[in-house]
Design a protein around this ligand. Sequence first.
Ligand SMILES: [Zn+2]
Length: 97
Amino acid sequence: MNRIRNIEGMLPQPKGPFSDAEALELLMAYRKDPSNVPCPRCGPEQIEVLAFIEPEIDPNGFASVTYPEGEYAAALYCHSCCRAVGILAGATHEAED
Ligand SMILES: [Zn+2]
């Protein structure tokens, strides 16, 4: 989950990451309905999509902001528990295994 750690620099002072299990929950919820992604800990209406970023982050940990088309990742932030996560939100052929 280096990917998540790498993008934290661009997020508003997250207090920590989501666990892998929580990140998966967020991913499933996002794919079902991007406008309704509840925080696994805090419930609905806390998560904000901060930015859409390139799914591949360069070796310097720099994530490029992109458009939510094709393959992209979404940077999610919970305003309640102040945690942030990047999920692969767009269509991708290298699905989670
Ligand atoms: Zn939360």
